[in-house]
Design a protein around this ligand. Structure first.
Ligand SMILES: [Zn+2]
Length: 366
Protein backbone atom coordinates (compact mmCIF):
# COMPACT_ATOMS: atom_id res chain seq x y z
CA UNK A 1 0.00 0.00 0.00
CA UNK A 2 1.24 3.47 -0.83
CA UNK A 3 2.23 5.83 1.99
CA UNK A 4 0.40 9.17 2.48
CA UNK A 5 3.47 10.89 1.06
CA UNK A 6 3.06 8.97 -2.19
CA UNK A 7 -0.71 9.29 -2.29
CA UNK A 8 -1.17 12.97 -1.39
CA UNK A 9 1.59 14.70 -3.36
CA UNK A 10 0.88 15.08 -7.07
CA UNK A 11 2.72 14.98 -10.36
CA UNK A 12 1.13 18.04 -11.91
CA UNK A 13 -1.85 20.41 -11.71
CA UNK A 14 -4.36 17.94 -13.23
CA UNK A 15 -3.24 15.12 -10.95
CA UNK A 16 -3.52 17.43 -7.89
CA UNK A 17 -7.01 18.53 -8.91
CA UNK A 18 -8.18 14.97 -9.42
CA UNK A 19 -6.77 13.80 -6.07
CA UNK A 20 -8.26 16.80 -4.26
CA UNK A 21 -11.73 16.26 -5.76
CA UNK A 22 -11.58 12.52 -5.04
CA UNK A 23 -10.75 13.22 -1.36
CA UNK A 24 -13.50 15.86 -1.25
CA UNK A 25 -16.06 13.33 -2.51
CA UNK A 26 -14.98 10.80 0.16
CA UNK A 27 -15.29 13.52 2.82
CA UNK A 28 -18.75 14.52 1.59
CA UNK A 29 -17.69 18.10 0.81
CA UNK A 30 -19.71 20.41 -1.42
CA UNK A 31 -17.74 21.33 -4.52
CA UNK A 32 -17.96 24.44 -6.64
CA UNK A 33 -15.54 25.29 -9.44
CA UNK A 34 -14.38 28.69 -10.67
CA UNK A 35 -13.22 28.47 -14.29
CA UNK A 36 -10.24 30.41 -15.61
CA UNK A 37 -10.18 31.77 -19.15
CA UNK A 38 -6.69 30.36 -19.79
CA UNK A 39 -5.54 26.80 -20.49
CA UNK A 40 -2.55 24.69 -19.46
CA UNK A 41 0.45 23.78 -21.65
CA UNK A 42 -1.31 20.66 -22.94
CA UNK A 43 -4.59 22.48 -23.50
CA UNK A 44 -5.96 21.49 -20.08
CA UNK A 45 -8.98 23.33 -18.72
CA UNK A 46 -8.01 25.32 -15.62
CA UNK A 47 -10.17 25.84 -12.54
CA UNK A 48 -9.90 26.95 -8.96
CA UNK A 49 -11.88 24.43 -6.91
CA UNK A 50 -13.64 25.23 -3.66
CA UNK A 51 -14.81 22.54 -1.27
CA UNK A 52 -16.97 23.32 1.73
CA UNK A 53 -17.01 20.94 4.69
CA UNK A 54 -19.58 21.38 7.42
CA UNK A 55 -22.75 23.44 7.75
CA UNK A 56 -23.19 26.25 5.24
CA UNK A 57 -24.49 28.56 8.00
CA UNK A 58 -21.58 27.92 10.41
CA UNK A 59 -20.65 31.06 12.33
CA UNK A 60 -16.92 30.36 12.16
CA UNK A 61 -14.84 29.38 9.16
CA UNK A 62 -11.37 28.00 8.56
CA UNK A 63 -10.28 28.87 5.02
CA UNK A 64 -7.32 27.02 3.48
CA UNK A 65 -5.65 28.23 0.28
CA UNK A 66 -3.15 26.41 -1.91
CA UNK A 67 -1.26 27.48 -4.99
CA UNK A 68 -1.35 31.25 -4.56
CA UNK A 69 2.11 30.94 -6.05
CA UNK A 70 1.28 28.41 -8.77
CA UNK A 71 4.29 26.09 -8.59
CA UNK A 72 3.93 25.91 -4.77
CA UNK A 73 0.56 24.13 -5.13
CA UNK A 74 1.67 20.62 -4.17
CA UNK A 75 2.46 21.18 -0.49
CA UNK A 76 -0.89 22.87 0.23
CA UNK A 77 -2.77 20.41 -1.97
CA UNK A 78 -1.34 17.40 -0.08
CA UNK A 79 -2.13 19.04 3.28
CA UNK A 80 -5.73 19.71 2.19
CA UNK A 81 -6.15 16.11 1.00
CA UNK A 82 -4.93 14.86 4.39
CA UNK A 83 -7.41 17.18 6.14
CA UNK A 84 -10.27 16.01 3.90
CA UNK A 85 -9.51 12.36 4.63
CA UNK A 86 -8.55 12.59 8.30
CA UNK A 87 -9.65 15.97 9.66
CA UNK A 88 -12.62 16.69 11.88
CA UNK A 89 -14.61 19.92 11.64
CA UNK A 90 -15.08 21.36 15.16
CA UNK A 91 -18.60 22.24 16.33
CA UNK A 92 -19.91 25.59 15.04
CA UNK A 93 -17.11 25.74 12.45
CA UNK A 94 -16.93 24.90 8.74
CA UNK A 95 -13.92 24.46 6.44
CA UNK A 96 -13.60 26.23 3.10
CA UNK A 97 -10.79 24.72 1.02
CA UNK A 98 -9.63 26.74 -1.98
CA UNK A 99 -7.52 24.57 -4.28
CA UNK A 100 -5.22 26.09 -6.94
CA UNK A 101 -5.87 29.78 -6.40
CA UNK A 102 -3.58 30.47 -9.37
CA UNK A 103 -4.16 27.43 -11.62
CA UNK A 104 -2.35 28.94 -14.61
CA UNK A 105 0.82 29.21 -12.53
CA UNK A 106 0.39 25.65 -11.23
CA UNK A 107 -0.16 24.17 -14.69
CA UNK A 108 2.71 26.12 -16.24
CA UNK A 109 5.09 25.55 -13.30
CA UNK A 110 5.44 29.24 -12.41
CA UNK A 111 5.03 31.26 -9.23
CA UNK A 112 3.30 34.03 -11.20
CA UNK A 113 -0.07 34.33 -12.90
CA UNK A 114 -0.68 34.38 -16.67
CA UNK A 115 0.17 38.11 -16.75
CA UNK A 116 3.45 37.83 -14.83
CA UNK A 117 1.78 39.04 -11.64
CA UNK A 118 2.97 37.81 -8.27
CA UNK A 119 -0.51 37.20 -6.84
CA UNK A 120 0.76 37.69 -3.30
CA UNK A 121 1.78 41.27 -4.19
CA UNK A 122 -1.49 41.99 -6.03
CA UNK A 123 -3.84 42.47 -3.05
CA UNK A 124 -3.16 46.19 -2.62
CA UNK A 125 -5.93 48.79 -2.59
CA UNK A 126 -5.66 50.02 -6.19
CA UNK A 127 -7.62 53.16 -5.31
CA UNK A 128 -4.74 54.31 -3.11
CA UNK A 129 -1.23 55.33 -4.15
CA UNK A 130 0.91 52.42 -5.35
CA UNK A 131 3.63 51.25 -2.94
CA UNK A 132 7.12 52.50 -3.85
CA UNK A 133 10.16 50.30 -4.21
CA UNK A 134 12.95 52.64 -5.27
CA UNK A 135 15.82 50.21 -4.85
CA UNK A 136 14.11 47.68 -7.14
CA UNK A 137 14.33 50.27 -9.93
CA UNK A 138 18.14 50.28 -9.53
CA UNK A 139 18.51 46.50 -9.72
CA UNK A 140 15.71 45.65 -12.18
CA UNK A 141 17.91 45.59 -15.31
CA UNK A 142 20.52 43.46 -13.54
CA UNK A 143 17.92 40.91 -12.43
CA UNK A 144 16.61 40.30 -15.95
CA UNK A 145 18.87 37.82 -17.73
CA UNK A 146 19.83 38.75 -21.32
CA UNK A 147 19.93 35.05 -22.29
CA UNK A 148 20.26 31.62 -20.69
CA UNK A 149 24.03 31.36 -21.04
CA UNK A 150 26.32 30.87 -18.05
CA UNK A 151 27.94 34.21 -18.86
CA UNK A 152 24.57 36.00 -18.66
CA UNK A 153 23.85 34.44 -15.28
CA UNK A 154 27.33 35.29 -13.92
CA UNK A 155 26.92 38.88 -15.08
CA UNK A 156 23.59 39.18 -13.28
CA UNK A 157 24.96 37.57 -10.10
CA UNK A 158 27.99 39.89 -10.08
CA UNK A 159 25.81 42.98 -10.50
CA UNK A 160 23.53 41.91 -7.65
CA UNK A 161 26.58 41.22 -5.45
CA UNK A 162 27.83 44.74 -6.16
CA UNK A 163 24.41 46.15 -5.19
CA UNK A 164 24.58 44.12 -1.94
CA UNK A 165 28.00 45.63 -1.14
CA UNK A 166 26.60 49.09 -1.71
CA UNK A 167 23.19 48.80 -0.01
CA UNK A 168 23.50 45.69 2.20
CA UNK A 169 22.22 42.16 1.50
CA UNK A 170 18.99 42.48 3.46
CA UNK A 171 18.07 45.70 1.62
CA UNK A 172 18.66 44.06 -1.77
CA UNK A 173 16.70 40.93 -0.80
CA UNK A 174 13.85 43.14 0.38
CA UNK A 175 13.91 45.27 -2.78
CA UNK A 176 14.00 42.22 -5.03
CA UNK A 177 11.14 40.37 -3.35
CA UNK A 178 8.96 42.97 -1.58
CA UNK A 179 6.81 43.70 -4.63
CA UNK A 180 7.10 46.36 -7.33
CA UNK A 181 4.48 48.09 -9.50
CA UNK A 182 6.63 49.71 -12.20
CA UNK A 183 8.04 46.92 -14.37
CA UNK A 184 5.48 44.46 -15.82
CA UNK A 185 8.31 42.21 -17.07
CA UNK A 186 10.16 42.29 -13.74
CA UNK A 187 10.29 40.02 -10.71
CA UNK A 188 7.57 40.12 -8.04
CA UNK A 189 5.44 42.47 -10.13
CA UNK A 190 2.23 43.33 -8.28
CA UNK A 191 0.19 44.51 -11.30
CA UNK A 192 -1.93 47.63 -11.79
CA UNK A 193 -5.33 46.03 -11.23
CA UNK A 194 -6.74 42.93 -9.55
CA UNK A 195 -5.64 39.78 -11.39
CA UNK A 196 -8.13 37.10 -12.46
CA UNK A 197 -7.01 34.91 -9.53
CA UNK A 198 -7.58 37.72 -7.02
CA UNK A 199 -11.06 38.28 -8.49
CA UNK A 200 -11.82 34.60 -7.90
CA UNK A 201 -10.76 34.87 -4.25
CA UNK A 202 -13.03 37.91 -3.93
CA UNK A 203 -15.88 35.98 -5.59
CA UNK A 204 -15.40 33.11 -3.10
CA UNK A 205 -15.55 35.58 -0.19
CA UNK A 206 -18.81 36.96 -1.59
CA UNK A 207 -20.42 33.67 -2.69
CA UNK A 208 -19.87 32.07 0.71
CA UNK A 209 -20.64 35.28 2.67
CA UNK A 210 -17.35 34.88 4.51
CA UNK A 211 -17.32 38.41 5.92
CA UNK A 212 -20.64 37.84 7.69
CA UNK A 213 -19.17 35.17 9.97
CA UNK A 214 -18.06 35.65 13.58
CA UNK A 215 -14.53 34.27 13.13
CA UNK A 216 -12.55 33.58 9.96
CA UNK A 217 -9.03 32.14 9.95
CA UNK A 218 -7.31 31.93 6.56
CA UNK A 219 -4.19 29.80 6.19
CA UNK A 220 -2.32 30.31 2.91
CA UNK A 221 0.18 27.54 2.10
CA UNK A 222 3.56 28.60 0.69
CA UNK A 223 6.95 27.00 0.13
CA UNK A 224 10.48 28.10 -0.62
CA UNK A 225 11.68 30.20 2.33
CA UNK A 226 13.28 28.87 5.50
CA UNK A 227 15.03 25.70 6.66
CA UNK A 228 14.32 22.45 4.76
CA UNK A 229 10.95 21.02 5.77
CA UNK A 230 10.34 23.52 8.57
CA UNK A 231 7.00 25.33 8.67
CA UNK A 232 6.85 28.93 9.83
CA UNK A 233 3.40 30.47 10.44
CA UNK A 234 3.82 34.17 9.60
CA UNK A 235 1.69 37.13 10.61
CA UNK A 236 1.91 39.57 7.70
CA UNK A 237 0.24 42.77 8.90
CA UNK A 238 1.18 45.17 11.70
CA UNK A 239 1.62 43.00 14.82
CA UNK A 240 -0.96 44.85 16.92
CA UNK A 241 -4.70 44.73 17.53
CA UNK A 242 -7.27 41.97 17.75
CA UNK A 243 -6.20 40.02 14.66
CA UNK A 244 -2.65 39.69 15.95
CA UNK A 245 -3.91 38.70 19.40
CA UNK A 246 -6.09 35.98 17.84
CA UNK A 247 -3.22 34.72 15.67
CA UNK A 248 -1.01 34.52 18.79
CA UNK A 249 -3.73 32.51 20.51
CA UNK A 250 -3.65 30.11 17.58
CA UNK A 251 0.10 29.62 17.17
CA UNK A 252 1.73 31.05 20.35
CA UNK A 253 5.49 31.48 20.12
CA UNK A 254 5.60 29.55 16.83
CA UNK A 255 4.13 32.61 15.09
CA UNK A 256 6.56 35.10 13.59
CA UNK A 257 5.85 38.60 12.35
CA UNK A 258 6.94 39.90 8.96
CA UNK A 259 6.51 43.60 9.77
CA UNK A 260 8.73 43.43 12.84
CA UNK A 261 11.40 41.73 10.70
CA UNK A 262 11.20 38.56 12.77
CA UNK A 263 10.09 36.32 9.90
CA UNK A 264 12.05 34.38 7.28
CA UNK A 265 10.61 36.63 4.54
CA UNK A 266 11.21 40.42 4.58
CA UNK A 267 8.27 42.88 4.66
CA UNK A 268 6.28 42.77 1.41
CA UNK A 269 3.36 44.68 -0.12
CA UNK A 270 0.07 43.53 -1.65
CA UNK A 271 -0.16 40.36 0.46
CA UNK A 272 -3.35 38.33 0.82
CA UNK A 273 -3.62 39.53 4.42
CA UNK A 274 -4.28 43.09 3.15
CA UNK A 275 -7.47 41.95 1.44
CA UNK A 276 -8.74 40.42 4.70
CA UNK A 277 -7.85 43.58 6.63
CA UNK A 278 -10.15 45.53 4.29
CA UNK A 279 -13.17 43.23 4.21
CA UNK A 280 -14.71 44.64 7.38
CA UNK A 281 -14.64 41.66 9.76
CA UNK A 282 -12.16 42.44 12.52
CA UNK A 283 -11.97 38.79 13.59
CA UNK A 284 -10.92 37.68 10.08
CA UNK A 285 -7.21 37.34 9.30
CA UNK A 286 -4.83 35.55 6.96
CA UNK A 287 -1.56 33.88 7.95
CA UNK A 288 1.07 32.47 5.63
CA UNK A 289 2.29 28.95 6.33
CA UNK A 290 5.78 29.05 4.85
CA UNK A 291 7.46 25.65 4.42
CA UNK A 292 11.23 25.93 3.88
CA UNK A 293 13.03 24.14 1.08
CA UNK A 294 16.52 25.21 0.00
CA UNK A 295 18.55 28.33 0.95
CA UNK A 296 17.24 31.49 -0.72
CA UNK A 297 19.62 33.34 -3.01
CA UNK A 298 19.91 37.09 -3.06
CA UNK A 299 19.25 37.42 -6.79
CA UNK A 300 16.33 34.99 -6.94
CA UNK A 301 18.12 31.92 -8.34
CA UNK A 302 16.16 29.96 -10.90
CA UNK A 303 13.30 32.51 -10.88
CA UNK A 304 15.37 34.67 -13.23
CA UNK A 305 15.74 31.85 -15.76
CA UNK A 306 12.03 31.13 -15.59
CA UNK A 307 11.34 34.83 -16.04
CA UNK A 308 13.54 34.82 -19.15
CA UNK A 309 11.70 31.81 -20.62
CA UNK A 310 8.37 33.60 -20.36
CA UNK A 311 9.75 36.97 -21.54
CA UNK A 312 11.45 35.58 -24.62
CA UNK A 313 9.69 36.60 -27.86
CA UNK A 314 7.52 33.94 -29.46
CA UNK A 315 5.55 31.04 -28.08
CA UNK A 316 7.07 29.14 -25.16
CA UNK A 317 8.11 25.68 -26.36
CA UNK A 318 6.87 23.44 -23.55
CA UNK A 319 8.70 20.38 -24.88
CA UNK A 320 12.10 22.06 -25.44
CA UNK A 321 14.92 20.71 -23.29
CA UNK A 322 15.77 24.17 -21.87
CA UNK A 323 12.13 24.56 -20.78
CA UNK A 324 12.15 21.14 -19.09
CA UNK A 325 15.46 21.82 -17.33
CA UNK A 326 14.29 25.16 -15.93
CA UNK A 327 10.81 23.96 -14.99
CA UNK A 328 12.20 20.88 -13.22
CA UNK A 329 14.70 22.98 -11.27
CA UNK A 330 12.02 25.50 -10.28
CA UNK A 331 9.66 22.71 -9.21
CA UNK A 332 12.41 21.17 -7.05
CA UNK A 333 13.01 24.55 -5.39
CA UNK A 334 9.35 24.82 -4.37
CA UNK A 335 8.38 21.14 -4.09
CA UNK A 336 11.43 19.02 -3.22
CA UNK A 337 11.15 15.50 -4.58
CA UNK A 338 12.07 14.14 -1.15
CA UNK A 339 10.02 11.70 0.96
CA UNK A 340 11.59 13.26 4.07
CA UNK A 341 10.51 16.80 3.11
CA UNK A 342 7.01 15.59 2.36
CA UNK A 343 6.75 13.74 5.69
CA UNK A 344 7.92 16.88 7.52
CA UNK A 345 5.20 18.86 5.70
CA UNK A 346 2.39 16.44 6.50
CA UNK A 347 3.46 15.97 10.13
CA UNK A 348 3.58 19.69 10.79
CA UNK A 349 0.24 20.12 9.06
CA UNK A 350 -1.21 17.66 11.59
CA UNK A 351 0.23 19.82 14.41
CA UNK A 352 -1.28 22.92 12.78
CA UNK A 353 -4.70 21.29 12.67
CA UNK A 354 -4.40 20.14 16.31
CA UNK A 355 -3.52 23.72 17.28
CA UNK A 356 -6.52 24.90 15.32
CA UNK A 357 -8.87 22.45 17.08
CA UNK A 358 -7.85 23.87 20.48
CA UNK A 359 -8.22 27.42 19.14
CA UNK A 360 -11.61 26.64 17.57
CA UNK A 361 -13.10 25.93 20.99
CA UNK A 362 -11.25 28.56 23.06
CA UNK A 363 -11.92 31.48 20.72
CA UNK A 364 -15.68 31.09 20.98
CA UNK A 365 -15.69 31.90 24.67
CA UNK A 366 -13.28 34.83 24.55
ZN1 LIG B 1 4.69 31.54 -1.94
Amino acid sequence: MKSPVERFFSLDYSDARQKFLHAAAIAGGQHREYAHSTTGPLGERLTTDVVWLGRTDARNILVLQSGTHGVELYCGSACMIDILLHGRVPDSWAFCLIHAVNPWGSAWGRRETEDNIDLNRNYIDFDAALPRNDLYRDIHADLLLRDLSGAGLSESNAAIDRAAEKYGSRAVLTARSAGQYEFPDGLHYGGLRPSASRLIVEAVIKDYALVDRANVVVLDYHTGAGPFGYCEPIYLGQPTGIRYRLAKTLFGSWLTSQRSDGAVTPPQTGLGSELWERVGCDRAYLLALEFGTYPMTLAGGILRQDSYLHRKPGQLDWHASETKTIKNALREEYDPCSPLWRRLVLNQNRVIIEQFETYALSVLSD
